[in-house]
Design a binder for this molecule. Structure first.
Ligand code: HEM
Length: 457
């Protein structure tokens, strides 16, 4: 059986000279790589006066994200891009403040809490199907954006993504395609507030986003909790959280920033994973048929606990393979706060560390046939994002994505709903290539044809 190799950017025979890669980097960093990037373990470069070490070596990655993590913080550019949507929530917090926030949020993402969320993911899946009706030609990126928003609003805030909430994906898409794109001034900035005059559109987004999140919280406070949340939702948890030392609760601003963070981190990434998985399945229709048979044998309405997802191993492996090819978070970056040495590479305060799941996931040292779509490579591997060398879709170490299981469970339930009803085919044979815009998005927004699937034989 011939393997399918999804379309990919040209790999340059040699590293591009700086005058070529720097402008190209701002157009699409995923298109600048040379053969060497997929073979080497370390690469040193410099841009805008910032010394940068790119690491593919698992030992070096572990050093930065775990063993000596206290020496590495999120770089300025991340704060410039994410602060407007995430405020002072856990994603951008550092040190003791980060530890406090992470501890406080952990119960919301425990396996027991995720089991409680399953009915919400199912409702989001059913609503997605009812919006799709008989199918036809659709933009799956919009379908999944809406469904993933629905899932996160239900799961975290006990709310429906109806009426004005439907504007949220539009706001996010506009931000990622406009003000939220990194630019050369971000490269030159040494503090979050440098070139403040050029940040007007980010501040405008921040005002709009904050007002929207305030509205969501106010609405949820009025509507009250949801009986389906045995453990309470995110807002209940934040409202009742107390600092064990002082007994103080969180301020309204802290509550809002945490909600903003979960909303921003929680639905864009997951909907991209679903888009790319569907794209891969439109290229490999035989695998798509196998998934449909797997889902027909255990229909989505039968899932009540995470363990039930074991009935869909191929579906899980397809999502994992989509995360390998197109990791929504294509870069995990850090800035050194003090001197260090990583496998002989000298690090000084200010050195930036770039770890690219996009590069790692196609690296020739870690993968057999890295350019081929082979979901079976994950067969039988439990939580490969913590156990497989070179596989880092959710980051690593104590700051690993808090929502990894949330995303995987939600992703399987939403995609199972779609495939249980429809066959997904491309409407054209033009390639779709990944572009990095804070998350990994398609270079164009293709239409897919959804046709009613025949019952599995
Ligand atoms: C496929 C979906 C997702 C992907 C690929 C993804 C990826 C990541 C990655 C790579 C990181 C680590 C960043 C770093 O170390 O610099 C991260 C952190 C984070 N993610 Fe996710 N994520 C996903 C879904 C979610 C969901 C559903 C939520 C919440 C509902 C979430 C909330 C967060 C938060 C709060 C952090 C910061 C954790 C900390 O700093 O302690 N993510 N995510």
């Amino acid at each position: 059986m011939a393997l399918i190799h999804p379309p990919a950017h040209k790999i340059h025979p040699r590293p591009l000279p700086k005058w070529r890669w720097l402008p190209q980097f701002f157009i699409n960093p995923l298109s600048i790589y040379s053969e060497q990037a997929f073979e080497s373990l370390y690469a040193r470069s410099e841009a805008f006066g910032i010394d940068t070490l790119s690491i593919n070596d698992p030992a070096g990655i572990k050093h930065v994200l775990l063993d000596n993590m206290a020496n590495y913080e999120r770089p300025v550019v991340l704060a410039r891009l994410f602060r407007p949507a995430m405020g002072r929530g856990v994603f951008l917090a550092e040190g003791t403040e980060w530890r406090r926030q992470r501890r406080m949020l952990a119960p919301l993402f425990s396996p027991a809490a995720i089991n409680d969320l399953i009915p919400h993911f199912q409702t989001a899946g059913e609503q997605m199907l009812s919006r799709l009706g008989q199918g036809g030609n659709v933009r799956l990126s919009e379908v999944f954006h809406r469904a993933a928003l629905d899932a996160v609003l239900k799961a975290l805030f006990s709310l429906k993504a109806e009426g004005h909430h439907a504007d949220i994906p539009v706001m996010v898409r506009q931000y990622l395609g406009g003000a939220g794109r990194p630019n050369p001034l971000d490269g030159m900035a040494r503090t979050e507030d440098d070139f403040g005059w050029a940040q007007a559109s980010r501040k405008a987004f921040s005002r709009k986003w904050t007002a929207m999140v305030d509205g969501v919280i106010a609405e949820r406070r009025t509507a009250g909790g949801d009986q389906a949340h045995a453990r309470g939702d995110l807002l209940d948890l934040l409202l009742s959280a107390r600092d064990p030392q002082t007994g103080e609760g969180l301020t309204d601003a802290e509550i809002r920033d945490q909600c903003s963070t979960m909303l921003a981190a929680g639905f864009e990434t997951t909907s991209r994973m679903l888009f790319w998985a569907s794209y891969l399945l439109s290229l490999d229709t035989a695998e798509q048929d196998r998934l449909r048979a797997e889902i027909a044998a255990f229909t989505p309405d039968r899932v009540t606990r995470m363990e039930d997802l074991a009935h869909w191993p191929r579906l899980r492996n397809t999502l994992l393979e989509a995360l390998r090819f197109y990791p929504p978070a294509a870069y995990v970056t850090r800035r050194a706060m003090g001197a260090d040495v990583i496998d002989g590479h000298q690090i000084s305060a200010g050195t930036e560390i770039w770890i690219s799941p996009f590069v790692l996931h196609r690296h020739r040292k870690f993968w057999d046939q890295p350019t081929a779509f082979m979901p079976d490579r994950f067969a039988g591997v439990n939580a490969p994002w913590t156990t497989m060398e070179g596989y880092l879709p959710f980051g690593a170490g104590p700051r690993i994505c808090i929502g990894a299981s949330f995303a995987m469970v939600e992703g399987q339930i939403l995609l199972a709903h779609l495939l249980s009803r429809f066959t997904v085919t491309a409407t054209d044979n033009q390639p779709v290539l990944p572009v990095f815009r804070v998350t990994t998005v398609p270079d164009r927004d293709p239409l897919f044809r959804l046709t009613q699937a025949l019952p599995a034989a």
